[in-house]
Design a binder for this molecule. Structure first.
Ligand SMILES: Cc1cc2nc3c(=O)[nH]c(=O)nc-3n(C[C@H](O)[C@H](O)[C@H](O)COP(=O)(O)O)c2cc1C
Length: 370
């Protein structure tokens, strides 16, 4: 059975629309931007699992402009007649949107408002399906910080606010994502959010860790309801969403939406389980997915990654999701160990297609087989 023949898990936008950050979405559970992870095939998978909207990986505005210049040189067009990104370039692949994806928010990063605005124009020229422009003001990694981008912008509020104003002028909702501001920064998290919203941001996503924490320790979960009270309907939550209960806690605290990041990678079915927990009607196929269904999802996903990003990435991504799938099934450990050393997508696909062997073998060992 193919995915298309299966019942759609979440209610449609028409059935239960929610207004978040200038968008009409089917539900408030969003796939967070994840560099190296939220490629189109993965976004499609999570759209099918119920994500109300999905984010691209963070995309470099400087990179977009380089691609544009190269393309213009190749096409020998003038400044006005730009063709923008060369076919098949990495940037174009990052901006690709597959049929069936939930609304896609393109997340951009830059260290300066002019580059941000020009990069955003390029992105919109390449991809008309983008519904909102995200700005990364959260990334704590040195290679982004040294460009003055990501969470470095928390040290330069005026640049950050200017970026928002410049992108608002392009006509799409603007979705900056920040981190909790420690006392060493010029503004508190509250004041930074206020500045972004005054500049015209449609919503602000806050990850309740400071940049110095990176991904260690715990996110400050209590910060989000405080912000949501100050800015009703304008705050999205990120940080330590590994369970339906945590997502509900953020929403009950007044957050407009919740972003799923590492939790969704560790457990792809976290989306449908959370939707069910929140009271959405979710087909049992998604709440209690059978091994066959999980396998069909994984194979479909692998094929899509292969088509868009190549077989090497397909192997990496499928192995990554495999560790969160088939939870509790006897024999799954053996299957994962067998998959671990595989480098070719064809071989991995073969192992997955015959994976019942692992499950049966385990049953024989445990004496379950008749
Ligand atoms: C591998 C990885 C890549 C990430 N890439 C981005 C990114 O490109 N842009 C961004 O704003 N945040 C990025 N994040 C942060 C997540 O979107 C999220 O805010 C963070 O993981 C906290 O949520 P969690 O604790 O539920 O995982 C990334 C996180 C991880 C683990």
């Amino acid at each position: 059975m193919t995915l298309d023949e299966l019942p759609v898990p979440p209610p449609s936008v028409a059935a239960h629309p929610v207004e978040i950050g200038g968008l009409r979405l089917a539900n408030p559970l969003l796939l967070a931007p994840l560099a190296g992870v939220t490629i189109p095939a993965l976004r499609l998978l999570y759209s099918k699992l119920g994500a109300g909207a999905v984010h691209t990986e963070m995309i470099s505005c400087a990179g977009l402009l380089v691609s544009e210049r190269q393309s213009r040189r190749r096409n020998n067009t003038g400044d006005e007649g730009y063709e923008i990104v060369s076919p098949g370039s990495k940037t174009e692949r990052m901006l690709a949107v597959l049929e069936g994806e939930s609304p896609v928010i393109a997340q951009l990063f830059a260290g300066d408002a002019e580059i941000m605005a020009r990069g955003a124009e390029c992105a919109l020229g390449v991809q008309s399906k983008i519904v909102a422009l995200g700005i990364n003001m959260a990334c704590p990694m040195p290679k982004v910080l040294k460009k003055g981008a990501g969470s470095k912008l928390l040290e330069r509020p005026e640049v950050a606010f200017d970026m928002v104003r410049r992108l608002v002028a392009l006509g799409l909702p603007v979705w900056p994502k920040i981190r909790k501001c420690p006392p060493t920064l010029p503004l508190t998290t509250e004041a930074f959010c206020e500045g972004l919203l005054e500049a015209g941001a449609a919503t602000v996503t806050v990850h309740g860790r400071t940049p110095a924490q990176r991904y260690t320790g715990e996110a400050d979960v209590s910060l989000l309801p405080r912000l949501a009270t100050l800015f009703p309907g304008k705050v999205c939550a990120s940080g330590d969403v590994f369970s339906p209960e945590r997502a509900a806690e953020y929403l009950n605290g007044g957050c407009a939406a919740v972003m799923f990041a590492r939790g969704a990678i560790a457990d792809p079915f976290l989306f449908p389980r959370t939707l069910a927990f929140l009271g959405y009607e979710v087909h049992n196929k998604y709440r209690n997915p059978s091994p066959d269904f999980q396998l069909s999802l994984l194979l479909d996903f692998g094929e899509n990654v292969c088509a868009g990003s190549g077989p090497r990435i397909a192997v990496l991504m499928v192995k990554r999701l495999l560790s969160g799938m088939f939870k509790g099934l006897p024999g799954i450990g053996e299957l994962r160990r067998a998959a671990a050393h595989i480098l070719s997508w064809k071989e991995l696909r073969g192992i997955l297609e015959t994976c019942e062997v692992y499950f049966e073998r385990r049953e024989e060992h445990s004496g379950c087989a008749s």
